[in-house]
Design a protein around this ligand. Structure first.
Ligand SMILES: [Zn+2]
Length: 293
């Protein structure tokens, strides 16, 4: 599933085609993605102008001149393709099938910019919803999300408060979108490695008894921000070798220190350890038992 850096890359990739442009025509090729699309979906988009493009956690938020917001999530296999006058791009197309097929182009936006934006989703775990801007705070998809990890409010004190007293592992806590929003398996593994903290460690151990942050919380927050910023700079991570020629694929996978590196040498200078993999809460965890304690 795309995580925060991938979704942010997609947002940036869609901006030139969509921001400031009007939806001239919207084609819905089926009535549902993960959930049914609203019956008035097309009517609430056509003729409206995009006034801003934001992101909250792994959701894309497209502000419309009508006061509505188009809320989109890519799910497991969703990808956008932009067909412009000069070239075709696939911003952040990290997960699409090798043989991407037009039958999976479920939603097509024709923009007044001349660009055609298609949403392709073979497994249909993606979602689209239209929410009035003034109802966004109470929107069930968004209201329980924790802080944005790159925002100023996310700091050691906040993370320690959220983890204090938690009996779960540190990794499980970081994957909990109510603790911090937008992280998934890859960036949690990477951040824990940079902070030299074991994914098995109890979440509560980054706080003291009163819930105040210790040095581990400070290091962890620094590591989370650093890994996300670096990944965004490189256009996110691409997990399969797509032979696309549009130059839009993320490159951060080459900088993974532990993720998907089972049996390889730890990249912490002077460590000499070997990256191990184990299954934690049903998902692969990659870490170095030598330098992550
Ligand atoms: Zn190591």
């Amino acid at each position: 599933m795309p995580e925060l850096p991938e979704v942010e890359t997609i947002r940036r990739g869609l901006e030139p085609a969509m921001d400031g442009a009007r939806f001239s025509k919207v084609e819905l090729r089926r009535g549902d993605l993960r959930w049914p699309l609203p019956k008035d979906f097309v009517a609430r988009l056509e003729g409206k102008t995009v006034t801003g493009m934001g992101r909250r956690a792994k959701y894309l938020l497209i502000d419309l001149s009508s006061g509505d917001v188009l809320v989109m999530h890519l799910g497991m296999s969703g990808s956008f393709h932009v067909f412009g006058k000069e070239r075709q791009t696939a911003p952040g197309a990290y997960y699409h099938e090798r043989a991407r097929h037009k039958t999976h182009d479920h939603v097509v936006f024709h923009m007044s910019s001349g660009a055609i934006v298609t949403f392709n989703d073979p497994r249909r775990f993606g979602s689209m919803k239209i929410v009035p801007r003034d109802k966004l705070d109470s929107e069930p998809l968004l209201r329980d999300l924790g802080p944005e990890p790159l925002g100023n409010e996310f700091d050691a004190a906040m993370l320690a408060r959220a983890c204090a007293g938690k009996k779960t592992s540190l990794k499980a806590a970081l994957l909990d979108q109510r603790v911090v929003a937008g992280l998934g398996n890859i960036y949690v593994c990477e951040a824990l490695h940079r902070a030299r903290l074991s994914p098995k460690r109890k979440a509560s151990t980054i706080a003291d008894r009163k819930g105040a942050p210790n040095e581990r919380a400070v290091n962890l927050v620094d590591a989370i921000k650093a890994v996300l910023n670096e990944a965004i700079k490189q256009g996110g991570s691409s997990l399969r070798d797509h032979k696309l020629t549009d130059g839009e694929l993320g490159m951060f996978q080459h900088n993974f220190r532990v993720y998907d590196r089972e049996g390889e040498k730890c990249r912490t200078p002077g460590c000499g350890g070997t990256v191990k993999r184990f299954v934690q809460n049903g998902r692969s965890t990659f870490y170095c038992p030598t330098c992550q304690k």
